[in-house]
Design a protein around this ligand. Structure first.
Ligand SMILES: Nc1ncnc2c1ncn2[C@@H]1O[C@H](COP(=O)(O)OP(=O)(O)OP(=O)(O)O)[C@@H](O)[C@H]1O
Ligand SMILES: [Mg+2]
Length: 450
């Protein structure tokens, strides 16, 4: 049996066609899960310490140095046995520190991985281990061989998690999948980044136990889904606005004829770009952005939780010379889970501002009395860049169509935002706006594709 997999920047989902019925795979009782994985670090056990020949050598060096120091300073001599015990203590402590560092640097315990929202909760609770969020957004970037291997392993874990859940719920060993792909991946390498992303996903799927996978453009999948539910033949523009990318397809759908896909367009921007802009405009000034000499990119490093090298760079920085109160706040943000909590606050605020005029996030994990507030107008100001890109792409699409579409089918999580809907409506004022399920349109189409 072939399943459809929507490996999304923010959320992932899977579904299969069983007879003429669509079955959505459940993850913790829901048809999608946050694309995040937590890998707990197995902390070393001090009882595992053994004095190897190499460590014995280090002990001998320390004992000799201590004896020389004793002679030089004329201090009260300690017995040979005492010097030896002290040296072993030092070597043991260094060994333990090295073990902890090694555990933290490695990709950690892949077998004990936890996925979804629970991954973020576990990371915040434990304060150690590795949290990986939105790995899809890294696939098209310039990766050193080791980073590429790590990201492939993480994608493989997520795909295996999906394959296992699907196999159990469908009661069949699932080995085939159609995986969604954006028209244009987020990339620092141009079109080659997209090729790399597909290579990584194909390799990850193989590691995850899939025998064969194919890829289908996400808006094309959403068009197939929309077709299945449309009685009358008409032209449509599918607009899928997700966390990482915006994807568009022009198609003829509905009725008894086969759907015909004419063209697809993509923009490597989505909801996470609005999150970043909101964080820079409303949250980071509380950490000294604009009021100190801390370079702007350090704040970007802190805000982009999905970018592992940027997160590592932020956590290594020394902010002790930054003027108060920003030094203490930046240091608190560097504490375990700080940037993850902040990002959760940013995204939640963005989502709340889709329905409310104002929203507040308590920054009590930074400073007891600190909080950040923003209004709908603040969010609109922060979204200007993304909304401008979206409007320009829609204009380009409109100019390329011989006839305006009869309908615009809106899907993707960001299509819940009224300011996004307004931009789409402005671009196609005469088309009927159809609101699809923002979360499940793509996966439903992927499952229907044979
Ligand atoms: N009510 C809301 N208002 C504004 N944004 C929202 C709302 N609900 C969800 N979002 C945003 O939608 C995005 C997720 O959408 P979706 O699940 O379609 O993305 P995805 O499929 O994971 O990503 P992609 O398709 O780009 O790989 C996130 O940025 C999320 O913050
Ligand atoms: Mg999507």
């Amino acid at each position: 049996m072939r399943i459809g997999i929507d490996f999304g920047t923010s959320y992932s989902a899977a579904a299969a066609r069983v007879g003429d019925r669509l079955q959505h795979i459940q993850f913790n009782g829901l048809p999608q899960f946050r694309t995040a994985a937590f890998f707990p670090v197995a902390l070393p056990d001090p009882a595992d310490f053994r004095l190897t020949r190499e460590l014995e050598g280090e002990v001998a060096v320390l004992v000799r140095a201590a004896k020389a120091e004793q002679t030089r300073s004329g201090a009260m001599p300690r017995s040979e046995a005492q010097l030896y015990r002290d040296a072993v203590q030092v070597v043991r402590r260094q060994w333990l520190e090295a073990q902890v560092k090694e555990a933290e640097d490695s990709a950690a315990d892949l077998d004990d991985a936890v996925f979804g929202e629970e991954a973020i909760d576990r990371y915040l609770l434990e304060g150690s281990g590795h949290l990986v969020q939105s790995p899809k957004s890294m696939l098209g970037y310039d990766l050193l061989p080791r980073a590429r291997q790590t990201i492939t392993g993480i994608a493989a874990q997520i795909l295996e998690h999906i394959r296992m859940a699907a196999s159990e719920q469908l009661d069949i060993d699932v080995r085939l999948a159609t995986i969604g792909r954006p028209v244009q991946f987020r990339s620092s390498l141009g079109p080659e980044g997209g090729e790399q992303a597909l290579d990584i996903l194909a390799e990850a799927a193989q590691i995850a136990g899939f025998e064969a996978v194919d890829f289908l453009e996400e808006p094309v999948a959403a068009a197939l889904h929309y077709h299945a539910g449309s009685d009358t033949r008409h032209s449509t523009l599918v607009v899928d606005i997700g966390g990482g990318t915006t994807d568009i397809a022009h198609a003829h759908v509905g009725g008894s004829e086969m759907p015909v896909i004419h063209r697809a367009w993509g923009l490597p921007n989505g909801g996470t770009d609005v999150d970043l802009a909101l964080s820079m405009a409303q949250f980071m000034p509380l950490f000294g952005r604009g009021d100190t000499r801390v370079p702007a990119h350090h704040f970007v490093d802190a805000a982009m939780v999905q970018d592992m090298p940027r997160q590592r760079a932020f956590h290594k920085r020394d902010f002790s010379e930054v003027p108060a109160p920003y030094n203490g706040r930046l240091q608190a943000l560097q504490q375990d889970g700080g940037t993850t909590r902040l990002y959760r606050g940013v995204e939640t605020m963005k989502m709340r501002l889709s329905e409310h005029q104002a929203s507040r996030h308590e920054l009590d994990y930074i400073d007891a009395a600190l909080s950040v507030a923003a209004s709908r107008a603040d969010l609109t100001a922060a979204s200007v860049d993304f909304l401008g890109r979206l409007a320009r792409l829609l204009q380009e699409v409109a100019a390329e169509l011989a006839m305006p579409p009869d309908s615009v089918f809106l899907t993707g999580g960001m299509s819940r935002a009224p300011y996004v809907q307004a931009v789409v409506r402005d671009a196609f004022p005469h088309a009927r706006l159809v609101h699809g399920d923002p979360s499940l349109g793509v996966v439903s189409g992927l499952a229907s594709h044979l």
